[in-house]
Design a binder for this molecule. Structure first.
Ligand code: GLN
Length: 392
């Protein structure tokens, strides 16, 4: 008999942990969980080390160190063109995952409805369960030019109980970057229904082919009803630091902080110092990483297409959501889960089955997600292994 609380029983162990364990077991090239196979910039590591040796080892302030909140404010105004007050509008969290949890718990009531675009990052649903809210779904599907969603499906998802919409752009796992028209539609519907937006922007600096990220908070009338949630991890390849933040008007920030104080209370000071150094002084490193991922994306996308996967080139983030039926049927396999269990053992490569990111898993069963946030040598090795296992 399980001891796990009822609210978490539907979720099991996150697929990212499951697939990384499977990759390790078979010594596979791990293109499943999205983390870089190299370290973040020296400048940040040195600043964090200095933080430890210079004695920043007791609790940091609940909302974050002023030096980091100031750096986040500058970052936001330089890249998003929106100003936030570090004292009342910025909160440092333990990665964006904690920002999501604290924002939901602090701002959503039991019985509220929250609209999620699927496929969704798995923590959104689990955190909604923690806050007692109901999820409504809008499906992102392949289009002629990548991925998109049906405006009518979005309109139909709203009701008089809609509290919020979760926007994630650039999007994990499809790589869709929402354009102005899509953002404006969401904004109009939120204003009409008096709903707020939780905007997960962790891939804000990772867009390709000249495509640009735009925050929904920049749309007219949206700053006052948006909680931006972002982090350092993807931008600087430091996913293990778990430094994230929220940007929101004071009234919404109060909700985030009311939960954050009881979830983690505060975030490690030395890592906040490292993060501040990077946001202030390592912007060229962020650009360099983006250029690196642009190349690994191209090489992996081309190889996957050659192998027979249906590739939709991602405009952002660091994943390729490919259609796998042609390959799987050759191998006598059916679903994404079948393929992702087969790949590590027989091809020596691990990937993520995305069906768990859908309300109805069958909607995602035809896709497989490969991460390209790796060194080129790692991508080359994965391609070599896939070629030898998948071409007869
Ligand atoms: N965001 C990462 C991904 O999509 C995983 C985060 C995690 O493992 N919880 O791969």
């Amino acid at each position: 008999m399980t001891q796990i609380a009822e609210r978490f029983r539907p979720f099991g162990t996150t697929i990212f942990t499951e697939m990384t364990m499977l990759a390790n077991k078979h010594n596979a090239v791990n293109l499943s969980q999205g983390f870089p196979d190299f370290d973040g910039p020296e400048l940040g590591k040195l600043a964090a080390q200095r933080g430890i040796s210079e004695g920043h080892n007791q609790y940091a302030p609940l909302a974050g160190l002023p030096i980091l909140k100031d750096a986040i404010a500058r970052w936001s105004s330089d890249y998003n063109g929106i100003a936030y007050d570090p004292t009342s509008e910025i909160t440092v969290t333990s990665g964006c995952t904690e920002a999501i949890a604290s924002a939901f718990m602090g701002l959503v009531n039991p019985g509220d409805e929250v609209i999620l675009f699927e496929p969704y990052y798995d923590s959104y649903r689990a955190c909604l369960a923690m806050s007692g809210a109901t999820a409504k779904f809008v499906t992102i599907r392949p289009t002629e030019s990548g991925f998109g969603f049906d405006p009518d499906e979005l309109k139909a998802a709203f009701s008089n109980r809609t509290r919020a919409v979760l926007v994630n752009t650039p999007h994990n796992p499809t790589g869709m970057v929402m354009n102005e028209q899509q953002l404006t539609l969401i904004a109009d519907l939120c204003k009409k229904h008096d709903a707020i937006v939780f905007s997960d922007e962790v891939y804000e600096r990772l867009t390709y082919d000249g495509c640009k990220h735009r925050s929904i908070a920049t749309i007219d009338g949206m700053r006052e009803r948006t909680v931006i949630m972002s982090s350092l991890g993807k931008t600087f390849s430091l996913t293990g630091w778990k430094i994230g933040w929220t940007l929101a008007p004071a009234a919404l920030t109060a909700g985030v902080r009311s939960a954050h104080q009881f979830v983690t209370f505060s975030v490690p000071g030395p890592l906040q110092l490292g993060a501040a150094a990077l946001l202030n002084d390592a912007r060229d490193e962020a650009d360099r990483l983006r250029d690196q991922f642009q190349q690994t994306r191209e090489v992996l996308a081309e190889a996957l297409s050659e192998l027979g996967f249906g590739v939709h080139n991602p405009q952002g983030a660091y994943f390729i959501m490919a259609e796998h039926q042609a390959i799987s049927s050759r191998l006598g396999l059916q679903t994404d889960v079948d393929l992702c269990r087969w790949l590590p053992e027989h091809a020596g490569v691990a990937a993520i089955p995305p069906s768990g990111f859908y309300m109805n898993p069958a909607d995602g069963a035809g896709f497989v997600r490969f991460a390209f946030c790796k060194q080129m040598g790692t991508i080359d090795e994965a391609i070599k292994r896939l070629r030898s296992a998948l071409t007869q």
